[in-house]
Design a protein around this ligand. Structure first.
Ligand code: SF4
Ligand code: SF4
Length: 434
């Protein structure tokens, strides 16, 4: 017997206790300091073997192969998210936007492109569960031409029994709500980067102009109409301290009590763009450390947003571990992106970026199958650094686009600080016994 390759042991933040998990055996335990020290010294105890923390390596390799095969099989049934970008035009001039550096011009008739998109989706993803996400630029620009595009996408998804999600800056959302109510709208994702002053500073109209109040009016209108709103905040060192103000604003508005309201946080990051002010960016760990400290000082924030802290929130909410994650990058597996030039991309992170096209769906169809295979073969078993990493089944290998951007290859690691995040999450949520 020897220690499993998949043990993850992390000290609970601010505590003498340790969290030991093994995603392959599905076991998690909170250890006191003495037991953790014994475990670290490699002292065998019968309970460690019974729970799959000590293993016969041959037997563990067989369980690993079986779990990988199950993951691949399950992935075939996962729903595919199909992003569609009708235009890269946007009315906002956000201080951190990455799309301004590569915005391909649209040259085709929008009706013909949308028809071709639906026809491609029907042919290519036949038999797969799927939904469409309208993305930009800003897809809800309030112009007659754009309203026709949105109407056509609403009608096209509805007639095919597909849901439509929308990612919008929210500025004209209120005026689109009557139209959206006629569709199968899964959710509307809207961004607020803080309370009024902070949001307006970061997310102004192009050329200046405040946007907070119109976005809030759009969220109110959407919630009142029964549409699901997914409120996103993009955080960096400039606005993290204002996150509590945003949380209290949402709580005071009564949004957090609505069943059709949810939230998410995005880390402002380096992908594809030399940020005008790079020093304000957080690392993958420092964002969640600072957010942890903010929540400690103001726990009401958890009514607005509950960070995942790797597998911790899931573990303590559900009382069990998630399934092993052999792959965290959905590109070309359960995510694709399409734009109005007729191009196909692996995902939203590279949509519109010259050189990242996988092929075309209009005016003719083409696909670089070798590049698609490179993307779709990416998982922790095909990334060299990941295959020997003890955190692999919690991390999944990270993002292929980030890897390509920093290492020049899709098949590189993009590490998550799993141990440290688990330590923070366990301190935040680990009030119950495992
Ligand atoms: S490349 Fe990165 S952004 Fe794109 S699907 Fe993969 S993980 Fe997501
Ligand atoms: S990306 Fe890094 S942390 Fe994640 S599995 Fe690979 S080597 Fe481990």
């Amino acid at each position: 017997m020897q220690p499993s390759k998949h043990n993850i042991l992390s000290q609970v933040a601010g505590s003498e206790r340790w969290l030991l998990v093994n995603l392959l055996s599905g076991q998690a335990d909170l250890l006191d300091a003495v037991t953790a020290a014994k475990f670290i010294r490699g002292e065998a105890a019968p309970e460690f073997a019974a729970k799959g923390y000590l293993v016969d390596p041959v037997e563990e390799a067989a369980r690993y192969a079986a779990a990988k095969a199950k993951f691949a099989e399950d992935q075939k049934d996962d729903e595919v998210q199909l992003f569609f970008v009708p235009s890269y035009a946007c009315n906002f001039g956000c201080s951190y936007c990455f799309q301004d550096e590569y915005a391909p011009q649209q040259t085709h008739d929008p009706d013909a492109v949308i028809d071709a998109f639906f026809s491609y989706v029907e042919d290519t993803f036949v038999g797969r569960k799927k939904y469409v996400t309208l993305f930009g630029g800003e897809p809800l620009l309030d112009t007659p031409k754009n309203r026709k595009v949105v109407q056509k996408l609403i009608d096209g998804t509805k007639v095919r029994g597909l849901d439509l999600a929308i990612v919008t800056n929210g500025y004209s959302l209120a005026s689109f709500v009557p139209l959206l109510k006629t569709g199968r709208i899964r959710e509307v994702q809207v961004t607020l980067d803080g309370a009024r002053a902070m949001h307006d500073q970061r997310r102004s109209l192009k050329g200046g102009g405040k946007t907070f109040d119109p976005v809030v009016a759009g969220i109110d209108a959407a919630l009142d109409a029964g549409l699901t709103v997914n409120l996103r905040a993009v955080l960096d060192k400039e606005n993290l301290t204002d996150f509590g103000n945003l949380a209290h604003f949402a709580i005071d508005k009564g949004w957090t009590e609505r069943p059709n309201f949810k939230t998410q946080v995005g880390r402002n990051y380096e992908l594809h763009h030399c940020q005008t002010n790079n020093t304000r960016l957080y690392t993958r760990l420092s964002l969640w450390e600072d957010l942890y400290r903010l929540i400690e000082s103001d726990p009401e924030i958890l009514r607005f947003y509950r960070p995942a802290y790797s597998i911790s929130r899931f573990l303590f909410d559900e009382g069990r571990l998630p399934e092993p994650l052999f792959d965290s990058c959905p590109a070309t597996k359960t995510e694709w992106a399409f734009d109005a030039t007729g191009a196909i991309y692996p995902c939203t992170a590279n949509v519109g970026k010259a050189g990242e096209e996988l092929g075309t769906f209009y005016p003719t169809r083409s696909l670089q199958q070798a590049v698609v295979d490179d993307w779709s073969g990416r998982d922790v078993t095909t990334i060299e650094a990941c295959s020997s990493c003890s955190q692999q089944l919690a991390c999944g290998g990270g993002c292929g686009a980030v890897s390509k951007s920093w290492k020049g290859t899709i098949r590189g690691s993009d590490c998550r600080p799993v141990k440290e995040l688990m330590g923070l999450g366990c301190a935040l949520y680990g009030q119950r016994e495992l």
